[in-house]
Design a protein around this ligand. Sequence first.
Ligand code: COA
Length: 376
Amino acid sequence: MSSASEQVISGLEGVLACESSVAFIDGNIPELSYRGYNIHDIAETLTYEQVVYLLWYDELPSPEQLHTFRNDLAARRGIPSVVIDLLRLMPASAHPMAGLRTAVSLLGTLDPQADDNSPADLHRKAADLTAKIPTIVAVQARLQMGQAPIEPDASLSLAGNYHYMLTGKRPDTTITRTIDTSLLLYAEHETNASTFTCRAVVGTESDYYSAVVAGIGAIKGPLHGGAIDEVMRMFLEIDQPERAGAYLDQALAAKRKISGFGHRVYRAGDARAPHLRAMAERLAEATGDRKWFTIATTVEQHMRQAKGIIANVDYYAAPVLYHLGFPLALFTNFVASARISGWSAHIFEQYANNRLIRPRALYTGHRGRQLPADYQ
Ligand code: COA
């Protein structure tokens, strides 16, 4: 029997594991803010670069600061040819998140300052990966589509260039805004599993790249960022809106978790979801292809009636990325390419006020066993 003080908090639910001033979530309202600014104002007004600056420096950039910051990020977008060679060598059967994880790890080995954990060098590394990960993901997408990678264009915003590297086309303002908003909605989310993983790695005073590689490994899972791919696969499998109800009934009867629903912290709705829902609807209108939005709203309605469980950020992000022409297998890579900014903000915070993260386990195994005298 364990005493009350020895109770395990399953999944660390509700446990306050550290102090942080990056993001605030109240899952009952729902409320989400980055550095004190409400996500709804941010989503309607700011660009991704402004959000990254805010997350890292705790203040909105002045026009001059933004100009310098944007130029610095833009200048860092190119990736070494050895990274492209590595991506070409990866077997087609490898998970694209495994490819991203490996590519980032290679970038770490190429950085002579990899083990410099000073604030200035951490900011340099964060700018480097925030700029380079979208390039890696675009190269992965181009190779998967059997097309040659496209060099980044430093004259475009991070969002605009992302689309350009993916398609070879210069995006209009609507597409750029859609990518910008998707990136900033995914940028940060407090101590989610991947961010906590990054902080745990920093807790040992290991290096920035090791923390990010571990974060990529954590966000890959289908209960976290990996859910977004599963959502779109479900919509493709349903294929016709009139099949949505039966599909869901069958899946719930089989006790399957439905990707894109539920959240550990949000109980009354995901603060980010309405923005992605609106973008998915606008893209459905603009393209004249309402099928995926209709399937999504039908499944959401059925899920609300059957289980009362909320749609999370990944639910409407899936049709948004699909309409934008992102290859389905790379949706989670897109999520990681945005979350690098939030991971970095937490990595800075953890290095600045570090204590080894080392919880205990409630031991449930054998004790006091004796080795048999005749055991060889
Ligand atoms: N589909 C069906 N039922 C779900 C569900 C889902 N997506 N999410 C939660 N539930 C149910 C659970 O089965 C459980 O029911 P029970 O009490 O009858 O057993 C109840 O809701 C509570 O769920 P629980 O698994 O304890 O919540 P959690 O906080 O541990 O898990 C998630 C949160 C996100 C891991 C979970 O909701 C999930 O697996 N969602 C699907 C994956 C996903 O979209 N992840 C992205 C999150 S942004």
